[in-house]
Structure formats: C-alpha cells, structure tokens
Design a protein around this ligand. Sequence first.
Ligand code: SAH
Ligand code: SF4
Length: 375
Amino acid sequence: MTALSAAKPNLLGLDRKAMRAFFEQIGEKPYRADQLLKWIHAVGVTDFSHMTNLSKPLRDALTHLAEITLPEVIYEKAAADGTYKWLLRLYDGNCIETVFIPEKTRGTLCISSQVGCILNCDFCSTGKQGFNRNLSTAEIISQLWVAVRKLSENGGKHDHIVTNVVMMGMGEPLLNVPNVVPALNLMLDDFAYGLSKRRVTVSTSGVIPAIYQLREETDVALAVSLHAPNDELRNKLVPLNKKYPLKELMAACRDYFKDDRRRSVTMEYVMLKGVNDQPEHARQLVKLLSDVKAKMNLIPFNPFPHTDYERSDDATIARFQHILMEADINTTVRRTRGDDIDAACGQLVGQVKDKTRRHQRYLNDAAKKVIGESV
Ligand code: SAH
Ligand code: SF4
C-alpha cells in the first residue's frame, strides 16, 4: 500500500471512476471502489471501521489515507405540507440549504451547487446576496446523503423517499461543471443512489458552452431558466442573456436531446406581475419555441425582502398557460410549497460569509468576466 502525498481525500466526493483511481493509487483492486460507494452512499456508513467486508488492514490503511466528512446539519425544519428544509454548515462556516418536497408520486430534493451566485438575476434573492464560492463534489452530494438519512430517521415512509433531484437551489450549476458532473454521476450510479437520468435535473440560466459540455458528459434532464420571450426583457431579468442571447440559447436547447426525440427541455418561467406575464409575452413565447421541443413550467414569483417584483395573480397565470396550451406547448404551473418555512426557489439563501468590500470588488470583476460587461 503506497502513501498518498496530498491532504487526505474526502471519499464522499469521488464518483466511481475517481474512486477506482484512488484504490489503484494505493495499490488495491479497483472493485474496492464499488464496495466503498455502497457503504458510503447506499448504506450511509462513514466510519471505515464499520465496513465489515473490508479486511482489518485495509480499514486501518483507509483511516490513515482518506476521510469521509460531511457538513454539519445545523437545523431541520418541517412544514405542514410535508416539505423539509435543512441548513448545512460547511467546513469554512458558509451555509447552504437543501429542500425536500414530497408529492403523490415522487419526492424531489432541491440542492445547491454554489454558495451564492454571480449572475445576479433581478428577481432572485440568491443573486442579490453575491457569490462566495463553488461547492465541492462532496458538498453537493452531501445534500442528498443527509436528506436520505434524515428522511429515513423521520419515518422512512413511502413519501419520505428521494426519487428526484433538481439542481435548483443556490447557485448556477453550469458555472461549476467540474464538481457538478461527478455529483450527477453518483446520483445515477446504481452503487450509490441509482436515480433515473430522467429524474435528475440540472437547471441553468443559460451558460451555453456548458450546456454543450453537459450533453457530452451526462444525459440528465435539462431545465432552462427562460423568464422572458425576447432579448430586451431577458437582458434585464437575466443579465447573462447579454452574453448568451436567446437565438443561441434555443439552438443549444434544440441540440441537447437531439439523439432522444422522446425527451424535451423544460423551460422555467417565473411569473412577474406586469413584467413578463401579458398575453403578448405568451404569444412571443409560442413563436420562440416553435422549433424547439420544450415543456413550459410557470413559477409563481416568491417575494423576498427589498424586491420590487410581485407575483402575477392566479387569473393572469391561468390566461398565460391557456395561450401556450392552445399552441400545443405542454405547460404546468408550479404549486408553491413549504411556504411556512420559506422553502421556495429563490429563497434558499443560506448565508454568505465574506461580504468585505475587497471581496465584493473581486466578485464584480469575476462577474464581468462571466457576463462580458459591467453588471
Ligand atoms: N441558477 C440556476 C439554478 C438555480 S435557480 C437557474 O437560474 O436556473 C432555480 C430556479 O428558481 C430558476 O428557474 C430561477 O429562475 C428560479 N427563481 C429564482 N428566484 C426566484 C423567485 N424569487 N421566485 C421564483 N422562482 C425563482
Ligand atoms: Fe443565479 Fe439562478 Fe438566481 Fe440567476 S436565478 S441569480 S442564475 S441562482
């Protein structure tokens, strides 16, 4: 068994390929990787000494060479409708939130990919708090690890099972592809969580090169945060649109499932009163989507402190939906859930620790690089 030079790797964040490479590196057979994946993710064991099908010398060696560390669960909140929210504290004091939403036929976990977000969409409270850092693969997958264990502690009933994962918490997953892809691999891996590729969704505000890259590296479902039917309005709501405008975004969406005609991209559209919710917007959308296979998901806006936006009323949302349905665009309206625990999209704010001015300047420069102009 050879020693590793760097700091101890956290095995929680290794997908099957990386775990095999780790075991090869320490002079062990690659099938050990499969055993470790099962212990950590399927069984939930994080103490090497409890991994009974490994020899004692191997367990001792792993204790010296590696670690399995999780964030600390600071609190758990349960809403009246069965929604759960957990706040996790990371090793550096930053916090992230994870939400579980049970429905009749599925249980969806909403997870974060970054602490904060650099893209600064006008209607999003994550965007308003700035960006701090990317989450590691271990931190991304730990949200699923914690949810699975906490739900089984809380009864493990059929409505306490995670069947779906959506990357719709804090952050832009496609600005953290190197850490997000191995986490997706773990979600899909039969030795880990074994979720179906149709039930794992990456949501993006439209980082076009990364959409193409994602398509090369996995085949999970894709949701695109559209929010406006024309560039002028989208430039205001989603500043990233100035760098990656609608025409190119639609081309990337057309391409994403071109080898599997049965699947389609989901377009998310937050309903903002008097801003993007008028019949003319719906008609423009019909045109925009005329040659893209897409489903629409209308999201009633979740207000947060100091925002000027308001939620469209139900009748306006229904009228909007009707126009899209008339044009044969499959359109659903997202039900708001967990209202009593602030467990909605755009409200998973966690806490961004470092808010110094120097840091803010650094973030603004980084944002300029991403968006290509001043933000
Ligand atoms: N950054 C990614 C994923 C995280 S945001 C993205 O933008 O897609 C997940 C979803 O929540 C996005 O569709 C986002 O537009 C939406 N969202 C953000 N703030 C919201 C709010 N206040 N009310 C309703 N939906 C919101
Ligand atoms: Fe970032 Fe998504 Fe919020 Fe925009 S909507 S600021 S991309 S998290």
